[in-house]
Write a protein that binds this ligand. Structure first.
Ligand code: ARG
Ligand code: ZN
Length: 877
């Protein structure tokens, strides 16, 4: 919506300390339509002159207005013209420019001057390593020129760029190039035209000295598309995987969703300084280098997957985001949730369904569940915000994807495709809403989503309890659900929860088919008969619903499922549950020796079966071997003591390492024989190699350190090398120092690998990790100006519970110091560091008080950005 045309907003008289609240219910369409936009850029790193020419006419669907309100942010107008004549009766309303206009069509011209080199927020037009690039989503375009910077104003863009050819031999914008030429003064120019109407957040421009990896793709209707990935000279050899990923994405979207590309060129540019992962600007995606560059020597298998997934994600936005965009930013999940689902489905097809699903659930439960149970909880379609940048969250993205995945589970893949076809068809060229998507799904897929709409409006992770009663051959399941209170939403209604279940016969290890239970009431009963003995319940198979499950089940039944369940996720879950139960009990104190022995025995039985099961492929084995994270474990308790959890988790790891020393060493040996390749078997081998090493080093740090040093030295790829160094970084042995020095020396000129070097130390199990972080902050390679570098040190640290939750509160102080220092430089990235401190309500009281203290210290800063202000006040509130 338009902030300033909302009368309520005017009354609110926001102080600079309290930015206004923007509400979904206040949406009104913009008074003007802008069929055509022409932009001319006179480019310079320190001074860029922007001349815009906007064709405007009254929007027949809106209330007429005598003024044209154009958003700005930190810019001033050097000149304003209407229909070719300079005017002087324009005014400013805060950051916005108001141009009085009579009814009818006009051409409005504006000149602004900006300094890209001073743009440390990395929103709008900024300089990165000598090149110029843009990031406009969500509200960056208004930092370039005055414009109705809202996603429901669509315009066709023609862009001319002029600049010194020596600095900027490559000039790119959206769409197709329509002209170029040389000037006498050593500058050159290029003109680009994008025929597809788009909102301003999809505008992009790149000017720099870049080289390209080029290829081509023929679409299903025969359109030839030129593909190019632009990088700095020297990075070219690391772009092949990205190009392969792009081509696979284009093929897959045609096959699976029937979506075809719609321009003659598709360009990707990799940029070192970037707030997020990447951006789907029409025909000109701009990427964080982290999600473009990969080769075996510098990128792990996980990094390769990250590149493939993000390339796919941004490419898929061409339909879910660009051809159909969002009416307003409250609808963000319309494009993000759906596009995440699409990229997850793609990666499941590329990498294997089971393991990818487990990884996605791990991210959801590790990041989104804590968000949903904390002070920043919000529905996937929020009702209000102060700063939209704060809502690019795991809830909007990952829970948003789960919600649409549930629709697919309920109707099946064929009906789902009918629903998405109808959605694309019906809303092509529009700025749509989540409600439009839901309605298209009802009409196209034949679903009744009346009650299901609650998933869009209610925040919080539903808690589902399943109990089984067995009598006379009949198993009856009682399913109870409740949705916890979240900020602003005290009372919740029951929601439709599709639960996939199977009932196993413990004698045969089989079941008679999966069932889909639709639970849509607070309590429901489902009965099944004909069992010779009490069946074992496998529930939420494939993680069919984003909920937490409490089930009545015996340890030996979990051991049974961990060994026998034919659903990969359920098998993983059985193993996780077994460990979660034990560690939860152990870390809350008062576990008897007998109880500990019994639990370890059960875990050991399951773990032993997993490491020796020859029917299991290694990449799945690697998943099953992973212990639940401290964050996930803490999430299981109302109030957690992170250091107690850490201690118990380490004890269990060491116990498993000792108990299975022989088997783990044999496993490590076996997989070390395999040659490097990107094939599944070889990747699986690398995954279990480091997993085995983790336990070996826990069981016996001295000999584990030797194995790790050997793995490091023998490594011909980053996965093995980083894995070994990760283990070493947590140990106090001499090899730790040696290999850390070697790693930095070896990769000193590769910034993405130097990021790893920072992250490995900040996330290490070393008891002095916090001292290491302080020293690294003073390292010559550290800078607050590069978001990847900031994240590599401080995000890794904030996600390292034993260090972040140091008893004296030093970890909290360090993060608060960072937020205060980073906020004036890059508020968007600074605000991301608030949520670890915001978890205080779920942490034991002594630490909670120290966390609050730091939040209050941040809140006391008078000049706080909108971004950080919003997150800190929600976290304290
Ligand atoms: N739309 C982008 C993506 O998900 C994210 C860009 C968000 N940028 C931002 N500055 N908040 O692919
Ligand atoms: Zn996206």
């Amino acid at each position: 919506m338009d902030i300033a045309t909302n009368p309520e907003m005017a009354d609110a008289a926001p102080t600079p300390h309290e930015p206004p609240v923007i509400r979904r219910e206040d949406y009104t369409p913009f008074a003007w339509a802008l069929p055509e936009t022409r932009l001319a850029f006179d480019l310079g790193v320190e001074k860029t002159r922007v001349t815009s020419s906007l064709s405007v006419e009254p929007n027949p669907a809106a209330e007429p207005s005598p003024v044209l309100r154009l958003n700005g942010d930190g810019i001033t107008a050097a000149q304003v013209t209407v229909d070719g004549a300079e005017i002087s009766d324009w005014t400013m309303d805060g950051p916005d420019l108001l141009v009085p206009l009579s009814a009818g069509a006009h051409v409005v011209g504006i000149v602004t001057e900006i300094d890209p080199s001073a743009n440390s927020q990395l929103m709008g037009l900024y300089a990165s390593g000598g090149m110029l690039c843009t990031q406009c989503e969500a509200e960056g375009f208004r930092r370039i020129t005055f414009f109705p910077d809202r996603p429901d104003v669509l315009s066709t863009y023609t862009v001319t760029m002029t600049g010194p050819k020596s600095l900027f031999p490559v000039l790119l914008s959206n769409g197709n190039q329509t002209g170029e030429g040389q000037n006498e003064d050593g500058t050159h120019w290029a003109e680009w035209h994008d025929p597809w109407p788009k909102p301003s957040y999809l505008f992009a421009l790149v000017a720099g000295d870049l080289v390209a990896n080029t290829d081509s793709f023929t679409t299903m209707s025969g359109r030839e598309v030129d593909l190019a990935i632009y990088v700095r000279d020297g990075d070219l050899p690391r772009t092949d995987h990205a190009m392969r990923s792009l081509i696979k994405s284009m093929e897959w979207d045609e096959q699976v969703f029937g979506r075809e590309y719609d321009l003659d060129v598709f360009n990707i540019v990799a940029v070192s300084d970037f707030n997020m992962g990447a951006m789907e600007n029409k025909g000109l995606n701009v990427f964080n280098t982290k999600y473009v560059l990969a080769d075996a020597d510098t990128a792990t298998d996980g990094d390769f997957d990250g590149v493939e997934g993000v390339i796919a994600h941004e490419y898929f936005h061409n339909w879910s985001g660009n051809r159909i965009t969002c009416q307003d930013w409250f609808q963000l999940s319309l494009k993000e949730g759906f596009t995440v689902l699409r990229d997850q489905m793609f990666s499941q097809d590329m990498q294997g369904e089971a393991v990818k699903r487990i990884e996605d659930v791990r991210i959801l439960r590790g990041v989104q569940f804590p968000e949903d149970s904390g002070p920043l909880a919000h529905p996937i379609r929020p009702d209000s915000f102060r700063e939209i940048s704060n809502f690019y969250t795991a809830t909007i993205y990952n829970k948003g994807a789960e919600v649409i995945r549930m629709m697919r589970t309920m109707c099946g893949p064929e009906a789902f495709r009918k629903g998405t076809d109808l959605y694309f068809d019906r809303h092509d060229g529009e700025a749509a809403t989540c409600e439009d998507f839901i309605t298209a799904m009802e009409d196209g897929a034949g679903l009744d989503l009346t009650q299901f709409r609650l998933w869009y409006s209610q925040a919080g992770t539903p808690k589902v309890t399943v109990t089984m009663n067995y009598t006379d051959g009949e198993a009856s399941l009682t399913v109870h659900q409740s949705v916890p209170a979240t900020p602003g939403q005290a009372i919740k209604k029951p929601m439709p929860i599709p639960l996939k279940i199977a009932l196993f016969d413990p004698a045969t290890g089989t079941h008679r088919g999966e069932e889909l239970l639709l639970c849509n009431q607070a309590e429901q009963r489902f009965t099944f008969d004909g069992f010779a003995q009490k069946p074992v319940l496998s529930v939420n198979r494939g993680f069919s619903a984003p909920v937490t499950i409490a089930r009545e089940i015996e340890d030996h039944e979990l051991v049974f499922l961990a060994a026998n369940d034919d659903d990969a996720f359920a098998r993983y879950e059985a193993m996780q549950d077994l460990v979660v139960r034990h560690l939860t009990a152990a870390s809350s104190g008062g576990l008897s020796d007998e109880a500990r022995d019994a639990a370890r025995d059960a875990i050991g039985t399951a773990f032993g079966a997993i490491i020796t099961d020859s029917a299991l492929d290694d990449s799945m084995r690697g998943e099953l071997m992973m212990l639940p994270s401290i964050t996930y474990l803490a999430e299981q308790q109302e109030v957690a003591d992170p250091s107690a959890i850490h201690q118990q988790r380490e004890d269990l790891k060491a116990w498993l390492g000792v108990r299975f020393a022989t088997e783990l060493a044999a496993l490590h040996d076996r997989v070390s024989q395999l040659e490097f390749s990107l094939e599944k078997a070889s990747r699986g081998a690398r995954k279990v190699k480091t997993q085995a090493l983790v336990y070996l080093a826990s069981g016996d740090p001295e000999s584990g350190s030797k194995v790790a040093a050997r793995q490091y030295d023998a490594a011909d790829n980053m996965t093995d090398r980083q894995g070994a160094l990760m283990v070493l970084a947590g140990l106090g042995t001499a090899a730790r120092t040696d290999k850390l020095i070697d790693f930095h020396r070896r990769y000193a000129d590769n910034e993405l690998v130097v990021d790893k070097w920072f992250a490995l130390q900040a996330s290490s199990l070393h008891p002095k990790a916090i001292e290491h972080v302080k020293a690294l902050a003073e390292h010559k390679d550290f800078t607050l100006r590069n978001p990847n570098r900031v994240r590599s040190l401080y995000m890794a640290f904030a996600a390292n519970p034993h260090a972040f939750h140091a008893e004296d509160g030093e970890g909290y102080r360090l993060i608060a110091d960072l937020i205060i220092a980073l906020d004036p430089i890059n508020p968007q990235t600074a605000a991301r560091f608030v949520s670890p401190l915001g978890r205080w309500r779920r942490i034991e009281p002594k630490r909670a008080a120290l966390m609050r203290e730091q939040l209050e210290r941040i809140a006391a800063v008078k000049t706080l950005s909108r971004d950080t202000f919003e997150q800190v006040s929600r976290s304290l509130g």
